[in-house]
Design a binder for this molecule. Structure first.
Ligand SMILES: Cc1cc2nc3c(=O)[nH]c(=O)nc-3n(C[C@H](O)[C@H](O)[C@H](O)COP(=O)(O)OP(=O)(O)OC[C@H]3O[C@@H](n4cnc5c(N)ncnc54)[C@H](O)[C@@H]3O)c2cc1C
Length: 394
């Protein structure tokens, strides 16, 4: 206990001495998040914060120091998170590297793959994207058709990936390819790591009705990927793919653990619905907010327990589908309730008549629709929970 208290004091002192002033603020929009990567251009403070934290391995505090991580114990990581939360400090780095491919490589990567990729993820040098979905393979992911044919010590990859989030900003992709077209569909898949600058990779952003382009189509034409970039056995990629989905689903659910939104929902409700006897005027909305917050508290506690298990070295299993399903559905309930509370002020997309907060609430609500699709739809999560958690028959 005394050692932990010393660690807490030192950590706090170090954070205060090293965090640039502008990092003492919660992340207000996705643009505030530092995703890293070769193409990123950061404000000076963001870069400094990333560099000082990465130098200590505290962008990935649980990862082994041998690969650039913090090498902290479970208790120390909790202390670091608590001290950062108390100071309201922003995380220095986010992204698929830290949340998905890094943890996977630590579990399943070869020593060479760990040494090549993990330290660069810790330092935020490389941004990763995920090449799973294809035009004919979404929920039924194992139907994927992107083909990788062996040519000596390289694979020659041809095919198309779809809905690749931020492929235009990413440096590397982890992707699923079919290496044995004759085998039963789950048995002929391999998991590869591919540099997006390889000749034959082209990326086309998909423009949404909002004008934003968070997704891309990724075309692969005779792309040469070294065989040593296969994670796990060739043709044995399905098990690796599922393990990665466990990390992804935990990451998605984790994004909805309580932050500043509790106060925000109540504040918004007070502003738009008024108060009576120092309580929200509308008893039905009061009841619905209380229910959302109770459900949130249960999710937060369950996630905290799951995180402890993961830190102990066990990758998330099929139970991550419960978190993904519940976290995303709960987030949709919260967002829909906020828009309802706003009334006609929740109908704005841009232009005069709506303030910034109102516009953000509407956009957050619309974005939440995608949360129950990405990383596997809610229906697919329910199927996994039924079969692999509850053991129900097909
Ligand atoms: C915001 C966002 C980001 C994404 N980012 C990425 C990314 O970076 N990389 C990537 O590879 N993909 C990404 N995706 C794609 C995502 O993984 C797929 O959209 C998802 O797996 C569903 O596949 P689909 O769109 O082909 O729908 P389909 O599989 O065609 O499903 C259509 C509908 O049928 C239902 N359905 C299908 N099969 C079953 C079944 N067996 N039982 C019950 N219902 C079923 C589904 O639930 C859904 O409602 C992203 C998607 C979104 C929305």
């Amino acid at each position: 206990m005394a050692e932990l208290e010393t660690f807490r004091n030192e950590t706090r002192r170090w954070l205060v001495a090293n965090a640039p002033g502008s990092m003492y603020a919660p992340v207000a929009s996705p643009d505030d998040i530092c995703w890293g990567g070769r193409k990123a251009r950061y404000p000076a403070d963001v870069k400094r914060w990333l560099d000082v934290m990465a130098e200590r391995g505290w962008t990935a505090p649980t990862w082994p120091a041998a690969y650039g991580g913090g090498g902290l114990s479970r208790e120390e990581v909790k202390v670091l998170a608590e001290e950062m939360a108390k100071l309201r400090l922003r995380p220095p780095l986010a992204g698929f590297g830290l949340a998905m491919i890094g943890p996977l490589l630590l579990q399943e990567g070869s020593e060479e793959q760990k040494r090549e990729h993990v330290p660069r993820i810790v330092r935020g040098e490389i941004r990763w994207c995920q090449g799973y979905s294809e035009p004919g393979a979404g929920s039924d992911l194992a139907s994927l058709q992107t083909r990788a044919a062996r040519d000596g010590d390289v694979f020659v990859v041809n095919g198309q990936k779809l809905w690749t989030s931020y492929a235009d900003k990413a440096d590397w992709m982890f992707l699923l390819v079919r290496t044995d077209p004759e085998a039963p569909k789950h048995n002929g898949i391999s998991f590869l790591l591919m540099d997006m600058e390889s000749p034959g990779v082209s990326v086309r952003p998909i423009r949404l009705i909002s004008g934003a382009s968070p997704f891309c189509e990724t075309f692969l034409s005779d792309v040469r990927v070294p065989v040593r970039n296969a994670v796990g056995p060739v043709n044995g990629g399905w098990r690796i793919a599922k393990m990665l989905l466990g990390f992804e689903r935990t990451m998605i659910a984790d994004a909805f653990k309580e932050r500043d939104d509790k106060q925000r929902l109540i504040t918004v409700a007070r502003r738009y619905l008024g108060q009576q006897d120092e309580r929200l005027a509308d008893p039905l909305v009061r009841d619905r907010i209380a229910q959302v917050e109770m459900d949130q508290a249960c999710l937060d506690l369950t996630l905290a327990r799951a995180r402890d298990t993961t830190r102990a070295g066990r990758p998330p299993g099929p139970e991550s589908s419960i978190f993904k399903y519940y976290g995303t559905e709960l987030n949709q309930r919260r967002r829909a309730l906020m828009v309802e509370v706003l009334g006609p002020q929740g109908l704005g997309w841009e232009g005069p008549g709506f303030d910034d907060d109102e516009l953000r609430i509407t956009r957050d609500w619309l974005r939440s629709r995608g949360n129950t699709i990405e990383g596997g739809t809610s229906e697919v999560q329910l199927n996994i929970i039924a079969k692999r958690v509850l053991g129900l028959p097909d």
